[in-house]
Every structure is written in structure tokens, then in C-alpha cells.
Design a protein. Structure first.
Length: 332
């Protein structure tokens, strides 16, 4: 039960605003992290094998277990016939069964270590959420911004815009109260949040007319496709050109690169993708690969330093350091 609650906490702490829910059927919802589409069982297995010092037999069984449950989670997450409350209800026993199966593979000490790591990671992420929440705009401001965006995109009339804003305020207040209530267990937060999100979805459907509902669905589908396309290229080192083009585009936006810089940066990013591609194909343990990858990334930064000006490189290094610190925290 304790591990289930930890998983629920990991899910809930990623909620940022009501605007994030129901955006991508294949991605799931930010408030439920266990529904995310970018769940990679092979990466989870690799981390657990290394972090818990599993033997070969345990590693094989764990890989099979993670693959099996990844398919179960995916089928629930992508089932558009289920609302959020129903998905939570189905995930809860599934997670319990997975943990019971996991205990059959790990020793008592290994399972305790696994649970402790998840608890620590969950606590850090929740603290991060609370920090962001403290600096977030008011409910009124967030609701206004979202209703204005939907009014513009869907050509809503004044009555519809007013009704949507009222609904957004109610939903945001409810979710903020749940997330801020420290007396609730993480699992209780998840179970309380789900019906609020379902009610919000139903309310939006009643406010919009058929044409607007169809357009909203289309806009969401287009946004999902665009995000999926971007994520695929950002991660796909098998296509160095696409990888470099997407990374250069993002860097150009954040660093305000001129045309000449963009051309040079793209060439550097293509070289990076090829080096990472070669590293991926190499044999070796995870620690050794991590060391080699660090050297590659340091070389990438050095090459960029020769192209960027002082201000741009400072911004690049600041973002790089922030990502490094985040990864280090997640490893602890």
C-alpha cells in the first residue's frame, strides 16, 4: 500500500494547471504520471538492475515483468472509453499486483531499497511542485488566460466564455485544494482529483456546440501530433539530421541565434547525434557508457562555445547545469 501511495504521489506532483489535462490520449494526463506514454520498461529495468545490484536471473525476470505491465498500463491509459476516475480505479490494483510480483523477484533488502528510493524521489518532486505552486499566477489569472485562449480558438460568444471561466475557476480551486492538503495521502489525492477532472471535461462539452467540440478535438489532436513529432526527433539519434534540426530550432529560440550561428550549431548537433549513435551501439556497462557520454557532451559544449557569444553561452551553460542538477537529484 505504501508503494502504491508513492506512485500516486509521483503522478500528482506533476500537475501544473487544468489546461494540461486531456490533451493527448496517447500521452495521458500530467496529473497521473503513471499514464505517461513515454514509459520505457527497458530503461526502468536497466536502472533497477544497476541500482539494486541484481543478478542475471533477476534481471531477466524483471525485464519480462516490466514489459508485461507496461503493456497493461498502456492499454488502460489509451482506452478513450474510460474516464479518469475509472482509469485510477483500474491502475490501483494493477500497481499492487506488479509490486507483489516484484517482491517475488527481489530480495527483502532489495525491495526495501527500491521503495525507499521511490519515496525519496517522490518527496523531492512534490517539494518541487509546491515551490512552483507558490510562484504560480492566481486562479483568476490562470482561468482568464485559458478562457481567453479558448474563446479565440473556438470563436466563443460572451456567454460561453463566461461559463468556461467560471468552470475553470471551480476546477482549479478544487485541484489546488487537493494538492495543498497535506493530510491527504497521495493515493487519496489521486482519487479525489479524478472526478474533478471528469466533471470539468463534461462541463466543457455542455458549454460548446457540436462544431466547437469538433474543432477543439482537432486542435488537441494537432497539438499532440506536433508534440509527439518534436519529442521523437529530440530523442531519435538514429536520424541525426532530424535530431539536429529540432535541437537547433530549440536552441535558436532560447539563445536567439542568427542565421550564420544556426548553420554552425546544426553541424555541431549532427556530429553530436552521430557520436551518441555510435556510443549506443557499443558494448559496455552503464557506468562506462555514462563516463563516455559525459565526455561527448563536454566536447559538444566546447564546440558551441566557439560559435556562441558570451551571453548566449552563459545561457546555454545555465540550462545545461540545471538539467544536470535535476538528473543528479533523481539518481539519489
Amino acid at each position: 500500500m505504501k508503494t502504491i501511495q508513492v506512485l500516486a504521489l509521483i503522478a500528482l506532483m506533476t500537475w501544473t494547471s487544468v489546461a494540461s489535462f486531456a490533451q493527448c490520449a496517447d500521452k495521458g494526463n500530467r496529473i497521473f504520471g503513471f499514464m505517461r506514454a513515454d514509459f520505457h520498461p527497458e530503461k526502468m529495468t536497466e536502472k533497477m538492475v544497476s541500482g539494486l545490484s541484481l543478478n542475471e536471473e533477476q534481471a531477466t525476470k524483471l525485464a519480462q515483468l516490466n514489459d508485461k505491465y507496461a503493456q497493461h498500463f498502456s492499454s488502460i491509459r489509451q482506452n478513450e472509453q474510460l474516464n479518469f476516475a475509472q482509469k485510477v480505479a483500474r491502475f490501483k490494483p494493477l500497481i499492487a499486483r506488479k509490486n507483489a510480483d516484484l517482491q517475488q523477484i527481489l530480495t527483502v533488502e532489495q525491495f526495501e531499497q527500491y521503495t525507499a528510493k521511490r519515496e525519496k524521489r517522490a518527496a523531492k518532486r512534490y517539494a518541487k511542485y509546491q515551490e512552483r505552486a507558490a510562484n504560480r499566477p492566481s486562479v483568476e489569472e490562470r482561468a482568464t488566460k485559458r478562457s481567453e485562449r479558448m474563446t479565440k480558438n473556438l470563436s466563443l460568444d460572451a456567454k460561453q466564455a463566461k461559463a468556461l471561466k467560471k468552470s475553470f475557476i471551480k476546477t482549479m480551486q478544487g485541484l489546488d485544494a487537493i494538492m495543498g492538503n497535506t493530510s491527504l495521502t497521495p493515493l487519496a489525492r489521486a482519487e479525489k482529483a479524478a472526478p474533478i477532472l471528469d466533471a470539468q471535461k463534461a462541463t466543457i462539452a455542455t458549454i460548446l456546440n457540436d462544431e466547437q467540440r469538433e474543432k477543439l478535438a482537432q486542435l488537441r489532436a494537432e497539438r499532440c501530433e506536433k508534440k509527439a513529432h518534436k519529442r521523437a526527433h529530440l530523442r531519435n539519434i538514429e536520424d541525426p539530421q532530424a535530431f539536429a534540426a529540432e535541437h537547433t530550432k530549440r536552441m535558436s529560440k532560447h539563445l536567439n541565434l542568427d542565421a550564420a550561428q544556426q548553420s554552425k550549431v546544426e553541424a555541431i548537433n549532427i556530429a553530436l547525434a552521430k557520436q551518441l549513435q555510435q556510443l549506443k551501439a557499443e558494448e559496455g556497462d552503464r557506468k562506462n557508457k555514462h563516463t563516455k557520454k559525459k565526455a561527448i557532451m563536454d566536447g559538444h559544449a566546447s564546440a558551441l562555445k566557439n560559435v556562441l557569444n558570451a551571453e548566449q553561452y552563459a545561457k546555454f551553460e545555465a540550462r545545461r547545469q540545471k538539467r544536470h542538477e535535476h538528473r543528479e537529484q533523481m539518481r539519489k
